[in-house]
Design a protein around this ligand. Structure first.
Ligand code: MF3
Ligand code: CO
Ligand code: CO
Length: 325
């Protein structure tokens, strides 16, 4: 057996990239691996469910991008419930807690709120999503499946909560620190939060959809980071994902004008290294191709005459600096 001696943080990485080890493969020496996934959790019959809940199948319909006042009112309430659930999950983060335990807490809180946890049984390319929450650790970009892996001191973990209540969805996520994390991960997380907020500020009526991605990409790349291309923000309302796509990088053809009454998510995934993604065999877990860390923050927003209104701010904004802006 050959021992590999790891370089020092500031030495050149062993992979030959020419980057410092700490900016390259330092974190991929302890990759996230699939753990054990527990059986499906039931949802009581009293809770109104989206189409996929019992079948793992979904059929999309044409939903207007501009919502009625009635849909908007319901989205304000469901968005608030999703945000409060996310903030609550954030208080449970500590080394040794499994993502499975966080999923259970999400599932139970959703039911207490009389809401359906939208990810549960949502159809995918291989199998329906088997849990009520997405939990994405370190190099996992998004759609990580909660399992029996204990969160470790130094991890960064994203929880992505979507609730369905009153016939509409509210979708929001945030990246949390497990114990003490390194400076590089802190900076990545702060820049990602700021990317999300800059994207939201660009979502003004009269601007174009691609002004959002332009603002995000400029700020991410100015900080030396990458913007994931394979996953985008989306129109949301009576459906979890409508046909409206919000790229987090500049896409010249996305030149539709942003109009009051539109509701969509902004949820950039920002990478320390390359933006390329790989998919695990489960058809859900997306990881960075280079194994470096990534972070994400997501809000559901409504476009008003005065500008963007965030629908997913929790009541207690002190739990994470993301909400204190
Ligand atoms: N909440 C994710 C989003 O922001 C979608 C998760 S789909 C799931 O669009 F099935 F993985 F839950
Ligand atoms: Co979303
Ligand atoms: Co989401």
């Amino acid at each position: 057996m050959r021992m590999r001696v790891l370089p020092k943080a500031n030495d050149a990485c062993w992979c030959g990239s020419g980057n410092k080890f700490k900016r390259c493969h330092k974190n991929s020496t302890n990759p996230v691996r699939q753990g054990r996934i527990s059986p499906l959790r039931p949802v009581p019959d009293s809770i109104a469910k989206p189409m996929w809940a019992d079948t793992g199948y979904n059929e999309r319909w044409d939903e207007p991008h501009v919502k009625s006042p009635d849909v908007i009112e319901r989205m304000r309430r469901t968005g608030k419930d999703a945000a409060n659930t996310l903030a609550y999950l954030g208080t449970l983060v500590q080394p040794g807690v499994t993502t499975e335990e966080i999923d259970k807490a999400c599932h139970e809180r959703a039911i207490e709120l009389n809401a359906y946890p939208s990810p549960l049984m949502y159809p995918g390319s291989v199998e329906p999503f088997p849990k009520s929450l997405c939990t994405s650790i370190n190099e996992v970009i998004c759609h990580g499946i909660p399992d029996d892996r204990p969160m470790e001191d130094g991890d960064v973990v994203n929880f992505d909560v979507t609730l369905y209540k009153e016939g509409v969805h509210g979708d929001t996520n945030a990246t949390f620190f497990v114990g003490t994390v390194d400076e590089g991960s802190k900076r990545l997380t702060t820049v990602t939060r700021d990317c999300t907020m800059r994207g939201i500020e660009a979502a003004k009526p009269g601007n174009k959809l691609n002004d959002i991605g332009r603002a995000i990409q400029q700020y991410a790349e100015a900080n030396g980071y990458g913007v994931v291309r394979d996953f985008v923000g989306h129109g949301i309302g009576e459906q979890f994902h409508t046909d409206l796509q919000i790229c987090h990088y500049y896409h010249p053809r996305l030149d539709d004008v942003i109009e009051p009454g539109m509701t969509f998510t902004i949820e950039p995934m920002i990478t320390m290294g390359q933006w390329r993604a790989r998919m695990w065999a489960d058809g859900w877990t997306a990881v960075t191709a280079d194994g470096l860390r990534t972070a994400q923050f997501e809000h559901t927003i409504l476009i008003t005459d005065d500008g963007p209104e965030i629908l997913t701010t929790p009541d207690d904004t002190s739990i994470h600096p993301f909400w204190a802006l």
